[in-house]
Write a protein that binds this ligand. Sequence first.
Ligand code: CA
Length: 240
Amino acid sequence: MTNNKYKLLVVEDEENIRTLLSALLEANGYQVLAAGTGAMGKLLITSHRPDLVLLDLGLPDMDGLELLRTLRAEETLTPVIVLSARTDEREKVTALDLGANDYVTKPFGSAELLARVRTALRNTRHSAQEGRLPGGKFHLDDMVIDYDARRVSIRGQEVRLTQTEYNIVAFLSEHCGKVMTYSAIIRGVWGYPDAGSVKRLQVNMANIRKKLGARPGEESYIVNELGVGYRMREPSHEEK
Ligand code: CA
């Protein structure tokens, strides 16, 4: 069974966190490689081709963003989840726009981290092999998106969205579980950014959230990641 395991690389200089992460991931069936410096991380990426990299941004020998930049410059599609101790939103946005798949802010819970790892591995498999299937439908709680009919309904009732609002909802659903930055959504929906893009996106999002309805005591379909972007929640396995 060993060779069926996903190989994950943890690049983190704090020994406590590195040990904890490795133990957590190993206990959940992953094979784990660990590096305490950016240089060692680079070496292990080249020599071992991990399936996913968990990358700390504050490394002793280089900025984690620099390692990410090198990785993407070599057109490596290895998913990267950034471990950020910093509350700096701009840095998270930079990491995502440089091609990081996701980020978690330290301290993070193990359930959250494992969920992000599963999502990143799954999204990579999808984009590599399947893409969006024609005739597909997306189910999240009591919301259904019918991609062919370009319709969104909740408990069987159609939600009246404008074309743009629908495009945003569909785009987020195609990347569900993953935070999409403002600029990624703008590129995905309008194709190009201009001076009013972010404002236009926010106005559309406010309308979308109103139309999808706030449900007291329940999680929203779309999570607002303040200062970074938006994330559509991922359906649980039974819904897929
Ligand atoms: Ca660090």
